[in-house]
Design a protein. Sequence first.
Length: 178
Amino acid sequence: MMDSGIAKRYALALFQLAKENQLLNQIEEELRTVKEVVIYNTDLQAVLKSPKLSIAQKKDIVKAAFSSANAYVINTLMILIDRHREEFIVDVVDQYIQMSNDEKGIADAIVYSVRPLKEEEREALSTVFAAKVGKKSLHIENIVDSNLLGGIKLRIGNRIFDGSLKGKLDRLEKQLLG
């Protein structure tokens, strides 16, 4: 994160508008899409960074790219472009998601497993580990990692729960050598 203070201010303004208008979930989903597009679309990154394009041209391109998004999302993006803060778009989204999750008692979790998790497994993990970190539930992102050999590795914020076979073997190796 570049300057979390700047991103936090924009995210807080958007969060307050969303909360007042009972649009927390809708705006969060739209922002997740915005983040994905900004991260993975190299053409859009080039447009946002280009000094050759005017602010009006950048705004037109972004409006067209996210035409179906809520007006609050579009307006936030327009303000960021107006103030030459395009590089903070992803940080603003991350800050908003964090605020929204805190409001709803949800934590983001990354689960590494040797195969894609079934919905029942996701729910079970959410129930068990949400209680361990004092949240109501978890928003799980599943990453398939064949290097684990078996089991799962779960990351919530800066906490890691390693129940993978590879992790157990590594710990056993340390015990035997130490």
